[in-house]
Design a protein around this ligand. Structure first.
Ligand code: P6P
Length: 339
């Protein structure tokens, strides 16, 4: 009997647990709870000006950035959704200086959840897609009260990663290490339904994503790579390229996952204290796991992102990710320059 209606996220996760043994009951509950929180964030985001959630919250986060009302609300939604279920040992977020312990009145689990509750929030007030990014790690067994140290694990230690993009439709994208799958929110039913299985990023691409205004601050190999793309068919690449930059990582990555491309936020000399703008634990690592699971590549310009050993919870890193052959070329230019 051919399946007419796409399966729900709930059924997909049950099959990953029961039939494939890829996840256990606690991880299944964790992902369901995160997806349910993303539904709430989607509803709040979609209200826009009518929901009183636009504009600044009047507070700042650990990054020194002004928080939007939706940043704070999204963070609260994810905290409240996850602290009672007994599946987590602790949570950490871009919006909080330190990890959030599970209140003693609730049981603790074996997983750690780290997230960017609303990435790209500078785009909220102008109605451009934003998203939630999350990463799941196992809590070290000797961490009774997990502190920052418990989260400092290389990206290869992730057991799951994903994002929700709040665009014209709300799409929940997930990997548990067995390919990348996308679930679209059916607003009438209130369920995420499987709409893409085993997503693959084309190895080659004609589209790059970077903030060109930083060109004068880049290192020489970065300028070489981009200048070759801009030279198009008259230059060494012998073909023309197109550029996109949404300034919302979730939107740029979702486009690349859907049709290929290379996304770059390189190191620059604009602020020598920041080796890149994006954060390793809750932006680069989850996106790198998704991209690699879809056949792409993710480096910091020199090293595989998933191999980097974090030293701080809010550590920043340069990011080159997407179509394998372009990421490989840009990384090669950086390695050659370092020789
Ligand atoms: P810029 C959003 O603030 C973010 O963290 C990513 O989502 C996005 O890719 C990047 O910063 C945009 O940075 O410097 O172009 O504003």
């Amino acid at each position: 009997m051919p399946r007419t209606r796409p399966i729900s996220l709930t059924r997909f996760l049950l099959e990953q647990q029961r039939d494939k043994g890829r996840i256990d009951a606690d991880l299944r509950l964790l992902i369901e709870v995160v997806a349910r929180a993303c539904k709430q964030i989607s509803i709040a985001t979609a209200k826009g000006a009518l929901g009183g959630v636009l504009g600044e919250a009047g507070t700042g986060n650990v990054q020194g950035e002004a928080q939007k009302k939706l940043d704070v609300l999204s963070n609260e939604i994810l905290l409240e959704a996850n602290e009672w279920g007994g599946h987590l040992a602790a949570l950490a977020s871009e919006e909080m200086d330190h990890p959030h312990p599970i209140p003693h009145r609730y049981p603790k689990g074996e997983y750690l959840l780290v997230f960017d509750p609303l990435d790209g929030s500078s785009n909220i007030d102008v109605n451009i897609s934003v998203g939630t990014i999350f990463s799941v790690l196992r809590c070290p067994t000797d961490a009774v009260d997990p502190d920052e140290q418990a989260f400092l694990q290389a990206g290869t230690r992730q057991v799951a990663a994903g994002y929700a993009i709040y665009g014209s439709s709300t799409v929940f994208v997930l990997t548990v290490g067995d390919g990348v799958h996308a679930f679209t929110l059916d607003r009438e039913q209130g369920s995420f339904l499987l709409t893409r299985s085993d997503m693959r990023i084309p190895e080659d691409t004609g589209e790059f994503a970077i903030n060109m205004s930083n060109h004068r601050h880049w290192e020489a190999p970065m300028r070489r790579y981009i200048d070759e793309l801009l030279a198009g068919k008259d230059g060494p690449r012998g073909r023309d390229f197109n550029m996109r930059w949404v300034a919302s990582m979730v939107a740029d990555v979702h486009r690349i996952l859907t049709r290929g491309g290379i996304f770059i936020y390189p190191r620059d000399r604009k602020d020598p204290s920041k080796p890149g703008k994006l954060r390793l634990l809750y932006e680069a690592n989850p996106m790198a796991m998704i991209v690699e699971q879809a056949g792409g590549m993710a480096t910091d310009g020199r090293l595989r992102i998933l191999d980097i050993q974090p030293e701080k919870l809010h550590e920043r890193v340069a990011v080159f990710l997407g179509s394998r052959n372009e990421v490989e070329r840009a990384t090669r230019y950086h390695r050659e320059a370092a020789e």
